[in-house]
Design a protein around this ligand. Structure first.
Ligand SMILES: Cc1cc2nc3c(=O)[nH]c(=O)nc-3n(C[C@H](O)[C@H](O)[C@H](O)COP(=O)(O)OP(=O)(O)OC[C@H]3O[C@@H](n4cnc5c(N)ncnc54)[C@H](O)[C@@H]3O)c2cc1C
Length: 399
């Protein structure tokens, strides 16, 4: 049986940033990933082109200079020179099939009346709807902001905890305020997975984790068995729950109670001059079967434009999705050069979630099982990396 100091299950940014910490400390580390490629929600679909490969994000798309832990990973993996500026193109609103500016959708009088409440309204313990209706007004919330927040999280965010939606973080003012990477964000995952000291195997799902002596045994769906002194589980909560039911039944039960929201992302690539839309960063949908559209116009390409439509799960069949996309872009469906699809999930957190996390962390204390993902402090990339850094530090403290 192959033995490692640490085995990380799941090669999304949570698992890989934890594996990064282990590699820096020279630990013999294995990463096991179910998908055919590393990245998870970092998925940059690529088409070869002689004007420079074209890539289109089917998942995460934007990083900020406040993502300090992520930047540590990027810099420490030798990718500092690959940060790429995002063009200043606007987000717009799609309503009744028409594209509008964000400002045109705001009721300024209501906003002025409501905004003073910002100084007396706590985020903690309030849902997104309860908090933002107070500080921007009910009409503004329902007409615009609810849709904007749903676009950010690709789900109905009304009951999501307000304090987990946006966070104030210290910026690295020496860096671009918002950025991507050349080749797209999946490049980060690919480079980290190939760091010296890390071994990464894709296309294998871990099926069981069992405590054994002073370590753990794992079995994958291709029948391989692995041993490790410590294990890090970096999968969505239902998978983590299933994997931990033997070693940590209490934690498994709590993880099983964390709801997930699905999103069906469909990316299309079209010749540059075809779409009717002016350059934009994306569209906030208000009355569509999709939450949002994210555009590649932030890094213009000489030949192509790309758009990813993040559809609500189960609403439309493939052909109906393509027809609606063609309609929004003003391009006949036959002129869509490429279509790529990805199913993503995002935790649907609820007020009081921090109690669940507190109780999970209390059970994990002193154990060599690390648990990370986008369901601890929030779903942003930086929340994932911060959790992974904290979990690795816990392992180090335990010795
Ligand atoms: C459409 C979309 C857009 C987003 N945009 C942004 C953005 O612009 N900026 C931002 O900050 N955040 C964004 N986010 C949020 C952020 O990207 C995610 O929260 C984050 O990438 C999740 O990383 P993760 O590693 O926790 O989970 P995932 O990326 O889901 O990775 C989990 C991995 O575990 C693997 N796995 C599952 N089961 C097993 C098993 N049994 N064995 C082995 N491997 C397994 C999966 O295949 C997957 O690769 C976006 C998310 C989505 C879905």
């Amino acid at each position: 049986m192959d033995s490692y100091e640490l085995i990380v299950i799941g090669a999304g940014i949570s698992g890989l940033s934890l594996a990064y910490c282990a590699a820096r400390k020279g630990m013999n580390t294995l990463v096991l990933e179910k998908g055919d490629a590393v990245g998870g929600a970092f998925h940059s679909h690529r088409i070869p082109d002689d004007g420079g490969d074209f890539w289109l994000e089917l998942g995460a798309h934007t990083c900020y200079n406040s993502y300090r832990n992520l930047i540590t990973v990027i810099e420490g993996s030798g990718m500092a020179d690959r940060l790429t500026r995002r063009e200043k193109v606007p987000f717009r609103v799609l309503r009744n099939g028409q594209v509008h500016s964000i400002l045109s959708q705001l009721n300024f009088l209501e906003l002025l009346r409501s905004v003073p409440r910002l100084f007396v309204t706590q985020k903690a313990g309030r849902s997104v709807a309860a908090y933002y209706q107070r500080i921007i007004g009910k009409q503004n919330f329902e007409r615009l902001f609810a849709h904007a927040f749903n676009s950010v999280l690709s789900q109905d965010t009304a009951d999501f905890p307000a304090e987990m939606l946006f966070k104030k973080r210290q910026r690295r003012k020496d860096l671009l305020k918002s950025f991507t990477l050349d080749g797209g964000l999946q490049s980060i995952a690919t480079v980290v997975a190939g760091l010296p000291g890390l071994q990464t195997v894709t296309g294998v799902a871990v099926e069981t984790v069992q405590a054994s002596g002073d370590g753990f045994h794992m079995v994958t769906d291709d029948g391989h068995a692995y041993a490790a002194r410590a294990v890090a589980v970096a999968t969505p909560p239902p998978v983590a729950s299933n994997l931990l039911k033997g070693c940590l039944p209490d934690v498994a039960e709590r993880l099983a109670g964390i709801a997930l929201s699905g999103v069906e992302s469909m990316g299309v690539v079209v010749e540059k001059e075809k779409p009717r839309l002016d350059p934009l960063a994306g569209l906030i949908a208000t009355d569509e079967a999709f939450f949002s559209v994210v555009s590649r116009d932030i890094v213009p390409h000489p030949r192509y434009r790309g758009f990813t439509f993040h559809f609500q799960p189960g609403r439309l069949e493939r052909e109906a999705k393509l027809a609606r996309i063609a309609d929004v872009l003003g391009v006949p469906a036959g002129q869509i050069a490429q279509v790529a699809e990805k199913k993503n999930t995002i935790p649907a957190l609820r007020v009081g979630h921090e109690d669940t996390i507190r109780s999970i962390d209390a059970t994990l204390a002193g154990k060599k099982i690390l648990l990370t993902g986008n369901y601890f402090a929030g779903v942003a990339i930086e929340d994932c990396v911060s959790r992974s850094f904290a979990e690795f530090q816990r392992l180090e403290r335990q010795g």
